[in-house]
Design a protein around this ligand. Structure first.
Ligand code: SF4
Length: 480
């Protein structure tokens, strides 16, 4: 009997872990530094269930930043981030918060109750019953910030929505579009906030960041940072022209990246990428001229590929808050049933969040049009992600540049699908710019952060969609 109980307990725990890995993202840290240093003290970044650590930060170090100056941002106190993310704290932060001696008089539980143990020595901040962080007050303000100042908050809170990535001698800065102010481009230009961002970078970027190697360009093809940045510049320039729609710019980028992948390794030797990239980009413009012929935009993606695309989009449409993580078995089975319905793609789309209604799958396949204002949003999104190296290497599960960009390009059809779902949920058959902006805050929350996106299965789906030539088709189909 004892053996039976133990065995059952073992499988129950195992199954729960497997289901959690399958269905829930891992947001125990809102991001400090995307890097791969081996020695250090602080938990910084989790991928495939492993924690990476960074060395102690030397606050006196000057860090040269590569800023996406096309983007604006200031905090507008929407409190989204304090409600949706679980904040993992370091040992030092935990000690500091305990020494602040919060009590019920401050409206908080006392002592250790402000933390939840994640297993081992990992702790996160506790949440209130409505899902908000335990330190968020009724006015939507952070109690730690109000009482002890901004610098006293956990690093993850201070850094959001910025992300810092190694870029040779510099550090590339990117932003998370899960923040509505980032998506709406509201606030001060990043160029005007350089000093403040410098200060944040000094808090989180570890010493020796300039020694990190450049990500691979494609499988087995590596270049140094100088040449790697030529690819980044070429991608950025492909995405820039204001007179071309984003769908065309993405297709051209995918086209020449396919050529890069097929080119022999010595074609990427030092000093060669510049010429080679110019040639490939010209070929992309020649083969994909300004107008997409109507026959191409009406080309329906293959049924099997649409199924893969729906499975991928379901991951983007989820909402893994702490409340979801604590929903127990019923929550897990609900997600499993929803995953099966997404795979079938018939009947009603299961509402994965309260902003969605259950609507027929077919209703999302009709032409919806794309509001003109969205061109700016999309161009800005892709350029910030490219300039900030937020789609490959340590920022994206160690994927090479070519594969990472394919995955980034898929954010477009996935987000447009989610935007359609938001519109149909409100009985509309046309998209508004707000639908697309809101859908992007939903999808970008997961991209590069949820471990499922770095999994073998997800990578296999992106590879299959690319091999079958379906990514450009999906981009065109959901831009109708
Ligand atoms: S500690 Fe403060 S800033 Fe961080 S999540 Fe909680 S309320 Fe928000």
């Amino acid at each position: 009997m004892a053996y039976y109980t133990k065995t059952m307990a073992f499988f129950t725990i195992k199954w729960r872990k497997i289901l959690d890995r399958l269905f829930y993202g891992d947001y125990y840290c809102r991001y400090i530094w995307h890097g791969g240093h081996k020695k250090g003290l602080e938990i910084s970044y989790r991928s495939k269930g492993k924690s990476m650590t960074v060395p102690t930060v030397n606050a006196a170090l000057a860090i040269s930043l590569k800023l996406p100056t096309i983007q604006n941002w200031s905090c507008h106190h929407c409190t989204n981030c304090c409600r949706h993310h679980a904040i993992e704290v370091t040992a030092e932060e935990r000690r500091r918060i305990l020494s602040q001696r919060w009590t019920v008089k401050d409206g908080l539980p006392t002592g250790e109750a402000v933390f939840v143990r994640q297993g081992g020595e990992r702790y996160r901040l506790a949440h209130q019953t409505d899902g908000a962080c335990v330190f968020l007050d009724e006015r939507g303000l952070c109690r730690i910030h109000a009482k002890y100042g901004e610098a006293a908050k956990p690093r993850a809170c201070r850094v959001y929505p910025y992300a810092f990535h190694p870029a040779g001698k510099k550090v590339a800065v990117s932003l998370r579009f899960s923040c509505p102010s980032v998506a709406a481009n509201r606030g001060l230009s990043l160029g005007r906030q350089r000093d403040e961002i410098q200060r944040l970078a000094r808090v989180v970027v570890p010493d020796g960041h300039e020694r990190m190697p450049a990500p691979a360009v494609s499988k087995g093809k590596r270049v140094d940072w100088l040449d790697f940045m030529r690819f980044i510049t070429a991608l950025d320039e492909t995405l820039t022209p204001a007179n071309a729609p984003i769908t065309l710019k993405l297709q051209r980028a995918l086209y020449w990246l396919n050529l890069v992948e097929k080119s022999p390794t010595d074609g990427l030797a030092v000093n060669r990428p510049g010429d080679m990239l110019d040639f490939m980009r010209q070929a992309a413009c020649h083969c994909l001229p300004e107008e997409t012929p109507p026959s191409l935009s009406e080309e329906v993606p293959a049924a099997m590929m649409k199924k893969m695309f729906r499975q991928l989009t379901a991951q983007y449409a989820r909402k893994d808050t702490v409340a979801d993580l604590s929903s127990g078995w019923s929550g897990r089975w609900k997600l499993l049933r929803a995953a099966m319905r997404f795979t079938r793609g018939t009947g009603l789309v299961p509402a994965l969040q309260t902003v969605f209604r259950e609507v027929p799958f077919e209703s999302l396949e009709q032409p919806f049009g794309v509001p003109e204002e969205c061109e700016d949003l999309w161009t800005r999104y892709f350029r910030v992600k490219v300039q900030g190296l937020h789609f490959c290497g340590p920022a994206f599960y160690g994927w090479p540049l070519v594969e990472g960009f394919r995955s980034l390009a898929l954010v477009f059809p996935a987000t447009m699908w989610i935007a359609r779902w938001l519109a149909v949920s409100q009985n509309r058959t046309k998209l508004s710019a707000e639908d697309v902006s809101q859908a992007l805050t939903i999808s970008d929350r997961h991209h590069g952060y949820s471990p499922i996106f770095g999994s073998f299965g997800f990578r296999g789906r992106v590879q299959t969609l690319s091999r079958m030539g379906e990514i450009p088709k999906l981009i065109r189909w959901y831009a109708r």
